[in-house]
Design a protein around this ligand. Structure first.
Ligand code: GLA
Length: 748
C-alpha cells in the first residue's frame, strides 16, 4: 500500500505512517491548507473541515478575504496577505513590496528521498520512503515554493522542508524562510490545552527540561549565537497536560540545523496555534537571483498518543537508521581515554604514553590527545589555527606517538577546533581578514579567540589541507571536533555589503562542507562533535558525527539529569559519556566509581582521568566496567529506550532500561541518587518487555577478568507481571548507589 497519495475527488493529500496520518487540502481558491495531523484515521476526504468551518473559502466570500487569511490553517503561509500570524516566508522585492501570496500549482510523489544540497538530511534507500512535493507560487511575483514531505513509516516520522525558487525576472531578498509550520488546534483530543515542552541550559547544565502553558501570543525557544547553542535545543514538543512516558498526546518537532534557529508556538484569539520552526530570521537576509533556489534545513516531526516514550523511541530509530552515517553507525565504538581532565595542557609524549599503557592494561582501546598538542598552546590563549604539532611537547610529532600507540595496540584520537583562530597565531598574523570581525573595530574575544570565516572557500580549503596533513601524518582513528565560542561582530570580508545577512547561514553551510569533505577523504574516521560540551548538540551535527560530547559536566550525579534530557531526543549511542575523577572538576562532588561507570554506560563510554594516579582497586573497577561495556554495548546502542522514573520527578532515584528490539532482554539501570531514611516504598513498573514472555531478572555482577562473579537471580516473572505488579525499589545505603538488572527471556 502506498503511504502518500492524492485523493483527486476531495483534493486531499494523504500521508500515512504506521500510527499517524497527515492530511493536506486545497481550497477552490487554491490555498493549501492543513487539515489534520495525529493518530491514524481511515478517511482521506477531510475537505469538510475547511468547507464548513467559518470562514468560508474566499472564492465564495471575497469581501472577507482578510478574515479567511487570518484564520485559515496554512501549510506554508506567506507574509503580508492578511494573515496576522507569523509567516513562513517573508520576501522583499525590488519595488519594495513584501506580499507573498502562495497558491497551489501542482504536486509530485516519488518513492525515494533526495539529499538536500549542502545540508544534513535524513536519508533512505530507494523505495523505502515516499516523498510528496507540493508546488506553490505567487502568481504576481513568481516566487515559488516547493514543500517536501517524506514519510518514514516505521519510525512514525515525517520529514519536511521547503525550497524557495525565484521564477521571477528580478532579484528578491528573502527575510525569512522557515522549514515547517503546523497550524492546529490548541487543545488535545480530550479538550486539554497543549503545553510546550522544551530543553534549555547553559555550559555544564545542558538539556534541562521545561514544560510551560501556551498563552496567547508567541512563545518558544531560539538561538541567535551563530550555532544551535546550549541555551535551548532546536526541539519543540506540544504535550497534553500531565504528560508522562506513556500517557498523553505529544507532537515533537526537531530541526536538522546547527546554526541560529527559531522554534515557536503562536496562539491566536480563535484558540488555534501555529507551530513554526526554521532558521532564525534575525540577522538573516538572503538574496535570490532569478532562477536561484534557497534550501531550508529539514525539520522532522513525530506524533504519539501514548506519551513521551514513544516520541523518544521514534526519534532514536530515525536518527540511528536514517541520519547517522559512516563506518561506526552500526558497530561498537572504541572505549577511549581522553587526557583533558587528566593533564589539561601539561603533557608530553612520555606522560601520554604512560596513560596509554595503563589504559591498555585495563582494557581501554584508544587514547585521545585533547587540546594543547599544536602550535605553542600551553594554555588557552594561543595557537588556534596553527595545526602543526608542538615538537617540544611531542618530539617526533604525532607520527612517533601514533607509532608507539599502534605498537601498544591502542588506537589514536586527537582534538581540534578548526573553526577558531587565536589572535596570537601564525594563521591570524598571516590572514587577519580570515577572522569574522568588522574592519576598524575591536571584535569581542571569547576564551581569547576569534571565529574563522568558514563561509569562505579559501578558509575552508586551508583548514582541509591543514587537517588532512595532521590526519595523514599517522593513523588517527578519531577526531574530537570542538567549537568553543559564540559568533559576534558579524562581517565577512568576502561578502558584498548587501549580502552580509547571508553570513550566519553560510557559516552553517561552511561547517557542513568542512565535515563532509573531511569524511570523504577519511571515511573510516570516527568524528565526535563538541562545543564547550553540548553547545552544538543537534541532529544536523549527527549527520556527520555519530556521537556528540554531551556536557563538560562529567559529574555522574549531574549526568543523570543531563543524559535523561538528552535521551528524550537522541539515542544513547549518540551521547558522549565518560567516567571522570572525583572530586569532580566541575562540581567538586564525589560519586562512587562503579556508579560513574553505570551512568557512562548509557552513552558512548570512555574515561577522562589520569589513570596512572588511580589505585589498583580502581584499575580493577575499570576492568569490570570495560567488561560490562562489551557485554551490553550492542544492546545499549541498538535497543529501545524506556524511561521508568526520573530523579527529576522522584527526588531520590532514577531508573531507565534498554530493551532489545525482539524484547528478549533488557538492561535496567537503577540509581539510588539520594538516600533518605525511611524512604518511601516505590514500585518500578517495567515497561518495554513483552507481556507474554517469561523473564529472569538478575542483578548484574561486576566481575572482572581476574575475578569471575555470577549474576544473582532475584526473580522470574512474565513481562505483564513486571509491568503491572512491578519490582520493588531495592533499599541501598548511601547516596549515588547504582544497580544494573539484566532481564532475559527464559522458557517457563
Ligand atoms: C572544551 C571541551 C572540553 C575540552 C576543552 C579543551 O571546553 O568541551 O572537553 O576539549 O574544550 O580546550
Amino acid at each position: 500500500m502506498r503511504n502518500i497519495y492524492f485523493d483527486e475527488g476531495s483534493s486531499c493529500f494523504c500521508i500515512e505512517t504506521r500510527n499517524t496520518s497527515y492530511r493536506i487540502g486545497i481550497t477552490d481558491g487554491l490555498y493549501v491548507g492543513h487539515l489534520f495531523y495525529g493518530a491514524k484515521i481511515p478517511d482521506t476526504d477531510l475537505s469538510y473541515k475547511t468547507a464548513y468551518a467559518p470562514p468560508m473559502d474566499p472564492i465564495k466570500q471575497a469581501r472577507d478575504l482578510c478574515v479567511f487569511m487570518d484564520c485559515f490553517r496554512f501549510e506554508y503561509p506567506g507574509w503580508g496577505t492578511g494573515d496576522s500570524r507569523e509567516g513562513a516566508l517573508c520576501a522583499r522585492y525590488k519595488d519594495g513590496t513584501t506580499r507573498v501570496n502562495l497558491l497551489y500549482k501542482g504536486y509530485a510523489i516519488s518513492s525515494s528521498k533526495a539529499p538536500v544540497p549542502g545540508l544534513p538530511a535524513t536519508y533512505a534507500a530507494e523505495g523505502e520512503v515516499e516523498t510528496l512535493r507540493i508546488d506553490l507560487e505567487d502568481p504576481d511575483t513568481k516566487l515559488a515554493v516547493s514543500l517536501y514531505y517524506s514519510a518514514f513509516t516505521e519510525c512514525d516520522v515525517i520529514a519536511r522542508r521547503a525550497e524557495v525558487k525565484n521564477n521571477g525576472s528580478e532579484e528578491v531578498e528573502l527575510e525569512r524562510v522557515l522549514s515547517a509550520v503546523l497550524d492546529m488546534p490548541a487543545r488535545d483530543m480530550h479538550g486539554r490545552p497543549f503545553e510546550l515542552l522544551t530543553f534549555h541550559g547553559t555550559w555544564a547544565r545542558e538539556f534541562t527540561r521545561e514544560i510551560r502553558p501556551i498563552g496567547h501570543g508567541t512563545t518558544g525557544v531560539a538561538a541567535i549565537c551563530g550555532k544551535s547553542g546550549n541555551r535551548a535545543q532546536n526541539f519543540l514538543g506540544l504535550v497534553s497536560p500531565g504528560i508522562t512516558q506513556d500517557c498523553g498526546e505529544v507532537y515533537g518537532l526537531q530541526l536538522l540545523y546547527s546554526g541560529n534557529f527559531s522554534s515557536k508556538v503562536e496562539k491566536s484569539p480563535n484558540e488555534e496555534i501555529r507551530v513554526s520552526m526554521g532558521i532564525h530570521p534575525e540577522g538573516f537576509l538572503w538574496k535570490l537571483a532569478p532562477g536561484e533556489v534557497f534550501y531550508s534545513p529539514e525539520a522532522v516531526m513525530t506524533y504519539s498518543e501514548n506519551g513521551l516514550g514513544t516520541m523518544s523511541r521514534n526519534f532514536h530509530d530515525l536518527y540511528r537508521a536514517h541520519l547517522i552515517r559512516g563506518k561506526y553507525k552500526d558497530i561498537e565504538r572504541p572505549i577511549l581515554i581522553n587526557n583533558w581532565e587528566a593533564t589539561y595542557f601539561d603533557f608530553d609524549t612520555d606522560k601520554l604514553l604512560s596513560i596509554a599503557r595503563q589504559a591498555k592494561e585495563c582494557g581501554i582501546e584508544m587514547l585521545v590527545v585533547d587540546d594543547g598538542w599544536f602550535g605553542v598552546r600551553n594554555d588557552d590563549n594561543t595557537s588556534l589555527g596553527d595545526w602543526v604539532v608542538n615538537e617540544k611537547k611531542l618530539p617526533g610529532g604525532l607520527s612517533r606517538l601514533g607509532a608507539e600507540l599502534k605498537a601498544m595496540g591502542m588506537k589514536f584520537g586527537i582534538w581540534v577546533e578548526p573553526e577558531m583562530v587565536s589572535p596570537d597565531s601564525d594563521l591570524f598574523r598571516a590572514h587577519p581578514d580570515w577572522a569574522i570581525s568588522i574592519p576598524g573595530r575591536e571584535p569581542a574575544r571569547s576564551r581569547n579567540q576569534l571565529v574563522l570565516d568558514i563561509s569562505r572557500k579559501d578558509v575552508r580549503d586551508y583548514l582541509i589541507d591543514a587537517l588532512s596533513a595532521v590526519l595523514g601524518s599517522t593513523e588517527i582513528a578519531y577526531v574530537k571536533w570542538d567549537m568553543n565560542r559564540h559568533l559576534s561582530d558579524l562581517y565577512s570580508a568576502q561578502l558584498p555589503s548587501s549580502r552580509q545577512g547571508e553570513l550566519l547561514h553560510r557559516f552553517a553551510l561552511g561547517i557542513y562542507d568542512l565535515q563532509e569533505r573531511l569524511l570523504t577523504s577519511f571515511p573510516d574516521l570516527l568524528l565526535e562533535n563538541c562545543s564547550s560540551g553540548g553547545a552544538r548538540f543537534d541532529p544536523g551535527m549527527l549527520y556527520y558525527s555519530p556521537q556528540i560530547w554531551t556536557s563538560d559536566d562529567t559529574d555522574a550525579y549531574e549526568r543523570i539529569r543531563i543524559q535523561e534530557g538528552a535521551a528524550t531526543l537522541y539515542p544513547l549511542s549518540a551521547l558522549g559519556a565518560h567516567v571522570s575523577i572525583c572530586p569532580n572538576h566541575v562540581t567538586g562532588r564525589t560519586v562512587p566509581f562503579m556508579t560513574r561507570g553505570h551512568v557512562a554506560l548509557a552513552g558512548t563510554f570512555g574515561y577522562e582521568l589520569d589513570i596512572t594516579k588511580l589505585s589498583d582497586e580502581e584499575h580493577d573497577m575499570i576492568r569490570r566496567q570495560v567488561k560490562l561495556f562489551h557485554r551490553f554495548h550492542e544492546l545499549i546502542r541498538t535497543g529501545d529506550y524506556y524511561r521508568m522514573d526520573a530523579f527529576r520527578d522522584t527526588g531520590f532515584y532514577d531508573c531507565y532500561g534498554v530493551a532489545s528490539k525482539d524484547k528478549s532482554e533488557m538492561l535496567l539501570t537503577m540509581i539510588h541518587v539520594m538516600n533518605q531514611p525511611c524512604a518511601p516504598n516505590r514500585t518500578i513498573h517495567i515497561r518495554g518487555l513483552d507481556p507474554k514472555k517469561y523473564y529472569r531478572i538478575e542483578v548484574v555482577s561486576d566481575s572482572s577478568e581476574k575475578e569471575e562473579k555470577k549474576d544473582e537471580t532475584i526473580c522470574r516473572a512474565y513481562g505483564a507481571t513486571l509491568e503491572k505488579a512491578g519490582l520493588t525499589l531495592p533499599c541501598r545505603y548511601g547516596d549515588f548507589q547504582s544497580l544494573l538488572y539484566h532481564i532475559t527471556e527464559i522458557k517457563k
